[in-house]
Design a protein around this ligand. Structure first.
Ligand code: ZN
Length: 304
């Protein structure tokens, strides 16, 4: 198994903002201390090119983001989404990691790849930065994969506590991409929360929802749809802010819930996707919980 990351993903930093460089440091430190990194091929991510960003994001949007980066200090590109010097590079590395990971699974070099990167991507719409996200990393991976003639259907499973409005915005009219999102209902981003169709499978949860209830719903509402979709590639927007200790939301998952869902997704990928999985970090704002959950997720994806 391979892991993509880059220390320059820490360049994107805004004092006091929950989406902070410490998140990535905590994850990498835990993967190192646990010994998991020793079993992985750890590679440095490379920046995505403008041409590749253009698969999803219009040129004017990419130019606007490029030009928005301040020389010093911090600017807001959305009420929650800031840029600092280095943000552009961090965001391009995060998206680039997802493309490299997809290339690796398509070439057969790797079965499963995890991207330990930031900023996250799933709130970024076609032409709007939102919710700490500048470019939609997982959507770029999906679009790239679909250019391969062997990849006719893709599934994106997003268990971040926030709905993946950006991913839905991008693929809502593309039945070849199934998007499964579980999220705290009536909550940020308050976009696309009620939008469903044959291939957009929303799983809204009331505050206080625990993992056992979520697991039943995943079994009843996601897995049969995913089995029917038969994805040639499984992509995971791995956010860990539904953990009970996370400060941004009120869902009560624990580490074992993430291990469980990862096992379910591994089985799905084995049946339909030739084991091909690309997983990338989205949210997760309690450092201890984030590090523990990523460790559980990655140890399962690794197959140990
Ligand atoms: Zn989130």
């Amino acid at each position: 198994m391979k892991l993509y990351t880059h220390p320059d993903c820490e360049l994107h930093q805004m004092r006091g903002h929950p989406e902070r460089p410490d998140r990535l440091r905590a994850v990498m430190q835990r993967l190192s201390e646990s010994g998991l990194l020793d079993d992985m091929n750890v590679k440095l991510a490379e920046e995505i090119s403008d041409d590749m960003l253009a698969m999803i994001h219009p040129e004017e949007y990419v130019t606007a983001i490029n030009e928005a980066e301040p020389k010093e200090g911090v600017i807001k590109v959305d009420p929650d989404t800031y840029m600092s010097p280095g943000s552009k590079r961090a965001a391009r590395l995060a998206a680039g990691a997802c493309l490299q990971a997809t290339q690796d699974v398509l070439s057969g070099e790797e079965k499963r790849v995890f991207c330990a990167v930031r900023p996250p991507g799933h709130h970024a719409e076609v032409a709007a930065a939102m919710g700490f996200c500048l470019f939609n990393n997982i959507a770029l991976a999906a679009e790239y994969a679909l250019k391969d003639e062997r990849i006719n259907r893709v599934a994106i499973v997003d268990f971040d506590v926030h709905h993946c409005n950006g991913t839905v915005d991008i693929f809502k009219d593309r039945p070849e991409v199934m998007v499964c999102s579980s999220f705290q209902d009536n909550y940020y981003p308050n976009r696309y929360l009620d939008y469903t169709n044959e291939h957009i499978i929303n799983l809204p949860m009331a505050p206080g929802t625990k993992g056992d209830e979520w697991r039943k719903r995943v079994e009843n509402e996601w897995l049969p749809k995913l089995e029917g979709h038969k994805p040639d590639l499984l992509l995971i927007s791995a956010g860990f802010d539904a953990h009970r200790d996370d400060p941004l939301a009120q869902i009560e998952f624990v580490e074992g819930d993430y291990a469980w869902v990862t096992n379910q997704l591994m089985a799905l990928a084995k049946n339909h996707s030739e084991d091909r999985i690309v997983s990338t970090m989205e949210g997760g704002y309690n450092l201890e919980a984030l590090a523990s959950c990523v460790e559980k997720h990655v140890s399962r994806v690794l197959g140990s």
